[in-house]
Design a protein around this ligand. Structure first.
Ligand code: ATP
Ligand code: MG
Length: 356
């Protein structure tokens, strides 16, 4: 059952269409991540949900109620922003209490709610601390406590970790995610980082140029990307040209035929672009019927060695190898592993880029 429903949301700034008819539904307690490159419309969509921007078209419903015309304060949504946005002149406790008075919570009850929220974000007893006395990660946890204190119906987060250094970012990410799960709140979380999206999202809505490219779980986006854009944005992908020769079979070089994933897109015959994930391929001895190339470079990543193989026509493929890698310049064969989600066929570049 959808709790938060977005229907055909359309927004333009001047001549620029920033959101081009976004449909999405978020289940109660679910975290939906809005993922996409810079300028794809993530923040604009979040601001429309919050009520800070008005779309030209579209509806927003919460638990069946149309809230499209409600001002921000009456939507009862909580927000956490990129910048800590805590009030520097108020201590931590007063920051967390901020939304409570406005909601008519009696002063006597505020203290216990603040204590409960600070315990939730693992900062018990921090009420009297000044904002500048706590770390960036702690400040974002206080911001989360402040947003959750009035029991909002929906929590909106816009790049809540982007001001933190990488080590702190990962720890804070896990802490925020754990709190969202514990509270069971419905959340929309904006990020432009794939790893963050995979880590915190129950499902991911991938935006590009104001259009929803795909909405699904991380595994769905990774294994069954709906378009070339999705395949490239989510994980590593190598591309090579091919020609479909039979159902589920593509010729990627003269005499070299690969089976491609059954539900992969592109027309039933003709030119296709074949996508291959590094971990779905292996290096073999060069032989007849095997795609051949030369090792250009390799890089040890900790769990595998990423090998860059260059074909005769200059196409480069990445292969994750778990064995000793032949020296640069060596002739090698590349074979897809059986039963993986790639290779997959897509309409060739210059086409519509999408799978039907
Ligand atoms: N107030 C505004 N007036 C005019 N154009 C705007 C306004 N706000 C955003 N835009 C434009 O709308 C597009 C989408 O912007 P938005 O901030 O939603 O992107 P984003 O996906 O959040 O990007 P980022 O990852 O950089 O935060 C951009 O082209 C941006 O320049
Ligand atoms: Mg943004």
């Amino acid at each position: 059952m959808a709790f938060l429903e977005l229907e055909r949301i359309r927004k333009r700034f001047g001549d620029l269409v920033v959101l081009d008819g976004i449909d999405a539904a978020v289940a109660e307690g679910e975290t939906l991540v809005l993922l996409g490159p810079s300028g794809s419309g993530k923040t604009t969509l979040l601001r429309i949900l919050a009520g800070f921007e008005t779309p030209e078209e579209g509806r927003l419903r919460v638990a069946g109620e149309d809230v499209s015309a409600l001002p921000p304060a009456r939507r009862n949504f909580g927000m956490v922003f990129q910048h800590y946005a805590l009030f520097p002149h108020l201590d931590v406790g007063k920051n967390v209490a901020f939304g409570l008075a406005a909601r008519g919570v009696p002063a006597a009850a505020q203290g216990s709610r603040v204590a409960e929220m600070l315990a939730l974000v693992e900062l018990p007893g921090f009420e009297r601390r000044a904002v500048h006395e706590i770390s960036g990660g702690q400040q974002q946890r206080v911001a989360l406590a402040r947003a959750l204190a009035p029991s909002p119906r929906v929590l909106l987060l816009d790049e809540p970790l982007s001001n933190l250094d990488p080590a702190l970012r990962e720890r804070t990410r896990r802490q925020l995610r754990a709190v969202l799960r514990r509270v069971g709140i419905t959340a929309v979380w904006v990020t432009h980082e794939q790893q963050e999206a995979f880590d915190v999202g129950d499902r991911i809505a991938l935006l590009d140029g104001g259009r929803l490219q795909q909405l699904g779980t991380a595994a769905e986006l990774y294994s069954r990307p709906a378009s070339r854009f999705v395949a490239d944005f989510v994980g590593q992908a190598s591309w090579l040209g091919g020609r479909r020769v039979a159902a589920g079979e593509v010729e990627v070089a003269p005499g070299v035929r690969w089976r491609v994933a059954a539900d992969a897109g592109a027309a039933s015959a003709g030119e296709v672009a074949v996508m291959l994930r590094p971990e779905d391929a292996c290096l073999v001895q060069p032989a007849t019927g095997v795609l051949a190339g030369r090792v250009r470079a390799s890089r040890f990543t900790g769990h595998a060695t990423e090998v860059e193989v260059e074909l005769d026509d200059g196409t480069r493929l990445l292969v994750a190898s778990h064995e000793a890698v032949p020296a640069a310049g060596s002739l090698v064969g590349v074979e897809p592993l059986a039963g993986r989600s790639s290779p997959r066929a897509f309409a060739p570049a210059g086409g519509d880029g999408g799978a039907p």
